[in-house]
Ligand binder design. Sequence first.
Ligand SMILES: [Fe+2]
Ligand SMILES: [Fe+2]
Length: 481
Amino acid sequence: MDTINVDYSTQIPNNVGLAGDRTVLRALEGWHKNYLNWWREMGPEGFQDALVYLRTAVSVDPQGWAKFGYVKMPDYRWGILLAPQEEGRKVNFGQHLGEPAWQEVPGEYRAMLRRLIVIQGDTEPASVEQQRHLGVTAPSLYDLRNLFQVNVEEGRHLWAMVYLLHKYFGRDGREEADELLRRRSGHAETPRMLGAFNEATPDWLSFFMFTFFTDRDGKMQLESLAQSGFDPLSRSCRFMLTEEAHHMFVGESGVARTIQRTCEAMKAAGIEDPNDIARVRALGVIDLPLIQKKLNMHYPLTLDLFGAEISTNSANYYNAGLKGRFQEIKIDDDHKLTNATYPVLKLVDGKIVEQAVPALTALNMRLRDDYTDDCTRGIERWNKVIDKIGVKFRLELPHVAFNRQIGEFRDINATPKGVMISDAEWARAREQYLPSRDDLAFLTSLMVKVHEPGKFAGWIAPPKIGIDNKSGDFEYVQIAA
Ligand SMILES: [Fe+2]
Ligand SMILES: [Fe+2]
């Protein structure tokens, strides 16, 4: 079996030898029909017949795993790709430390493992659903193409999890796979499993923030599942991470280009004060304070995705060897966390204080801290864009107690600086911190489609380089194909 190059002889491209695994192949072919129905119903609205310049994974060789070409999205070859098996790979943490990695599901962990896979799987189609209306207001064909690239790859990530369910979990796996196509983002009765995946993504700044923050949460989850002792899950996630990098690039560069355009327009108009919002908005660009408010909105939603600070579930996943820490094998400790502690911010007697708790129960917190570090570095890169153009403004992450729905701080009000305030103060100050109705109306007013090759909406700068090194006027999407 060739585990580097992808086999295209079956309806479902794969490097897992599906051609010789008729039962799973047939089950997946059945699911494929339902998937396409879901894609037509819930995928990008209005562009199903457009030719999109997309990359498709054709190999899991890090040097050249993708090929680019025009494709109609429903014809995209969603495949099942696992990173190559590592000879002699071991369970690298928890109570099975040092045992050979599992190639089959350990019976005692079946339910836990299935749950981890279903939770990860559920986020993938959710984001496609959240982003389905954005095509009609794309600021350029370049951005439109990037949106669709992210969408088809989230679809492939769903395939990756569905393969594991079909292959390793029998009938209940198949039922879970069907459920993944039944839930709907934001639906009152059958919502997606996690909060941030039920929020609307109404405009392109939201999309860029989403791909910066929420896809980065995805990266952290995939990184910790890539450590799994269940080898097929580890291999799936390792390959998904290859694609995930582009999603975060779309978010980070999208916000950076927005910032750049704003700062350049301010300079050209001789506006020194970033808080002179009326004048900045009159230029048709997004004021920096509104970008900060959007960031204030998205970051806490993604912190909530990490779950409660103290969690016995995450301790159980770790002990079992199913879900590790970020870069587990690079950490220099016992990989069992028997006596280790970890500092956690808690609410004690109405104050936010740091406490050392058993590290095993604080694994969500630790992963969240690693995530925050990663976010901070990205935000510093945005600040460099502002600095370089010579505008005096700094973007920053709000305090972890700000605007939370899950965990220690869910029942309090805190400012972005982490100062606790009363309900009345919160009600008065809320619109200084988070986008107001007027802010959102302004943003919406800027969201007009630009579908001419090489042209960009006035609120966003063009990218420095094209996708696949294409020139500036390249037609990334042929809409009337
Ligand atoms: Fe994904
Ligand atoms: Fe993603």
